[in-house]
Design a protein around this ligand. Structure first.
Ligand SMILES: [Zn+2]
Length: 120
């Protein structure tokens, strides 16, 4: 039986964290476990999609940003980045630019545009 890990659980799961740090060390992305801050989620070098980039992210940390459409202050949590990059498999260099509400509006707008263009 497999149990779905909650996102909060991931951040506090020591074994999960240590296995990721071991992979980062093995892959040569870090030289010491101390490089990964305590309040972050280490990346899995085998899961993250960085294509051919030489920039190697080592962990996810909470990031603040302003929504591109409405300007609201937003927090993109480490857990959500982990989910976006490793569960959905998004390219690492694509980042959150819109708040939840504006994202929904944008998705609806794109769907509508696709319908009008006859691609559905
Ligand atoms: Zn917004």
């Amino acid at each position: 039986m497999t149990r779905r890990r909650s996102k909060q659980f991931i951040k506090n799961d020591i074994a999960f964290r240590l296995s990721r740090i071991a992979k980062l060390l093995e892959a040569g992305w870090i030289k010491s476990a101390n490089e990964v801050p305590d309040n972050s989620i280490p990346v899995d070098p085998e899961q993250i999609n960085i294509s051919n980039s030489y920039h190697r992210p080592i962990c996810y940390v909470d990031q603040s940003f302003n929504c591109q459409d409405c300007g609201s202050d937003e927090l993109w949590k480490a857990e959500d980045q982990y989910w976006y990059y490793e569960t959905i498999g998004a390219y690492y260099f694509s980042e959150a630019i819109r708040c939840r509400i504006c994202r929904k509006i944008e998705v609806a707008r794109k769907n509508e545009a696709r319908k009008i263009a006859g691609h559905d």
